[in-house]
Design a protein around this ligand. Structure first.
Ligand SMILES: O=C(O)c1ccccc1NCC(=O)[C@H](O)[C@H](O)COP(=O)(O)O
Length: 195
């Protein structure tokens, strides 16, 4: 089970996620309680070993803005939320980054339909921590797809059983308050996702 921990902003939580076995960690570089600047993301990403994918998270920015932030931060993955057209993915392809399309269940659920490498199927409000009917997506996405939205240590096993994803992604469920991560919750989430 591929596990991504999103919305990190402190070195201790980056270290906890890496040590606990996260496959990917996300730095939110769009409006959010978890927003970090590209420069701060660069500091955090510098401590991450190569086997863990560092991801910049964006929503609605132009490809030019995303490209600049990705290059300053040094992340190796780009996650686009919202109604980004296919052309935005095409415009970023030459970077060679792992491209991630993040959508809700009503979108095109074929991973690769927008030339992306990974697909995240999320709640309608990303980063809200709101659970949704994960079983509704079961059997619909194709390829490497990641379930997100309202996941937590207490429910991630249930969500995996309901949706049968390739991976899982969490933010609010490993926080004490919006934007305040907790190392113990990060460890518990990863253990629960990979029993
Ligand atoms: O985290 C945010 O605040 C955010 C804001 C704008 C776009 C995306 C955002 N987060 C993206 C993520 O990858 C979250 O991990 C994902 O939406 C799940 O969030 P949660 O329900 O809080 O676990």
């Amino acid at each position: 089970m591929y596990v991504k921990i999103c919305g990190l902003s402190e070195p201790e939580h980056v270290a906890a996620a890496v040590e606990a076995g996260a496959d990917a960690i996300g730095f939110v570089m769009t409006r959010s309680p978890r927003q970090v600047t590209p420069e701060r993301a660069a500091e955090l990403a510098a401590a991450v070993p190569d086997h863990v994918l560092t991801v910049g998270v964006f929503r609605g920015e132009s490809p030019e803005t995303v490209r600049a932030a990705a290059l300053v931060s040094g992340v190796r993955g780009i996650q686009l939320h919202g109604k980004h057209p296919h052309g935005d993915f095409t415009a970023l392809k030459d970077l060679g980054h792992t491209l991630i399309r993040a959508v809700d269940v009503k979108a095109d659920l074929r991973c690769g339909a927008y030339d992306e490498d990974l697909l995240i199927v999320d709640a309608p409000h990303p980063g809200s921590g709101e659970p949704w009917d994960w079983s509704a997506v079961r059997g619909h996405p194709s390829g490497h797809w990641i379930l997100a939205g309202g996941l937590a240590p207490s429910n991630v096993a249930e969500a995996i059983a309901a949706a049968e994803p390739w991976g899982v992604d969490v933010s609010s469920g490993v926080e004490l308050a919006p934007g305040v991560k907790d190392s113990d919750l990060i460890r518990r989430f990863i253990t629960a996702a990979r029993p």
